[in-house]
Ligand binder design. Structure first.
Ligand SMILES: [Zn+2]
Length: 358
């Protein structure tokens, strides 16, 4: 469990109106330059992307290329001869591989459905990819529409993935039953949500518990700080003793009470000791109460989790929350089974856990 991640998660939620690029992508908006065949424009005062007069060329390129009658070079030549547009082969390839034309923005390794007019349908696009496929064999994973539990739940009966269907405004989850039918039922997303909120509430401390915990940690932290200061003081005094010894040693040498060899041997000893002391002092100096901040972040997270999950409309944030706190999500009949990740498995603040917990 990434403590720092939990921390950044909390921060992210606290200043909640951060419109990131990711969010823009999820809204299906292109924030970069429109590809060939489209133009950037404004619509109702907002940035928009729409097909331009090159759009028919793109359509025809896909149709022709899908026939397998063209190589990338002959496609380049055809574009030039027909439209007097000069494009290098690499650009031709780029156009034919760009899923934007069939409705998706490629960002990183993910595809996000966009909200603009498409120039070719998915079938034609896929056909072109399979023709291109002789060179390029890695198909993109279509992330499709984001759903809260997509890919996170398996069937407890057969171990298959739980898949999603949208019907009449409701989202249903059910086992794919790839390994054979077993009468899997459809479960509404709301059912899962209610169970997750309950599971999050089970590890959520009350205000009183939260206050006591934070106080206890602060005390612990103060104790640590006292110990740290005591150790530091001890080390510093040891070092000054060492320095005084070195001075005295030098005096003895000057007074002729030590010969050079003996003096040098002892001085070396003292130097070595001082090096160790300096290192120890630096270590203790740096060791401040960072762990306290980390634990407080986790506490803040569990404290807010039920409300965040219930009220946030941001699906990726909900998914992050699920991934941070739970593992082994399984669907068993209508019930979610789960395990808490560390350290949340230790946070059983409520006396009684509901019977459906995993
Ligand atoms: Zn199943």
């Amino acid at each position: 469990m990434g403590v720092l991640f939990a921390k950044s998660y909390v921060t992210q939620l606290t200043d909640n109106v951060k419109r990131s690029l990711e969010e823009k992508l999820r809204n299906g908006e292109l924030s970069t330059h429109a590809p060939f065949g489209y133009r950037n424009c404004r619509k109702d005062g907002k940035a928009f992307v729409e097909p331009d007069n090159h759009a028919p060329i793109v359509c025809e390129m896909f149709q022709r290329y899908a026939t397998s009658a063209y190589s990338l070079r002959s496609m380049r030549d055809w574009v030039f001869e027909s439209y007097a547009i000069k494009k290098p082969v690499s650009t031709i390839a780029h156009i034919l591989k760009n899923p934007f034309y069939c409705g998706f923005i490629l960002h990183g390794e993910k595809l996000y459905p966009h909200k603009y007019e498409v120039l070719v349908d998915k079938e034609l696009f896929d056909k072109v990819q399979s023709v291109l496929g002789r060179m390029h064999k890695t198909p993109h994973k279509y992330c499709g529409k984001p759903f809260v539990y997509r890919g996170l739940i398996t069937c407890s009966e057969c171990g298959c993935r739980i898949t999603i269907e949208e019907q009449k405004g409701h989202i249903y989850y059910h086992c794919t039953q790839h390994k054979g039918k077993h009468g899997a039922r459809y479960v509404r997303e709301e059912t899962f949500n209610a169970q997750v909120v309950q599971a999050l509430s089970d590890i959520c401390p009350t205000d009183e518990q939260y206050r006591i915990l934070i106080e206890a940690m602060q005390k612990e932290c103060a104790n640590d700080e006292e110990k740290r200061k005591a150790i530091l003081a001890h080390l510093v005094s040891e070092r000054s003793k060492n320095e005084k010894r070195a001075e005295r040693l030098f005096d003895l040498y000057l007074d002729g009470e030590l010969d050079k060899e003996e003096y040098q041997a002892r001085r070396q000893e003292l130097n070595a000791e001082r090096t160790v002391l300096n290192r120890q002092i630096a270590n203790v100096d740096n060791n401040t109460g960072e762990w306290f901040e980390n634990i407080q972040s986790i506490m803040d997270l569990v404290k807010n989790a039920p409300l965040l999950f219930e009220q946030s409309s941001k699906i990726p944030l909900k998914r992050q929350l699920l991934k941070i706190i739970f593992s082994n999500l399984e669907l068993s009949n209508n019930q979610l089974r789960y395990e808490y990740n560390k350290p949340f498995n230790l946070m059983t603040f409520r006396e009684k856990c509901p019977t459906w917990s995993g």
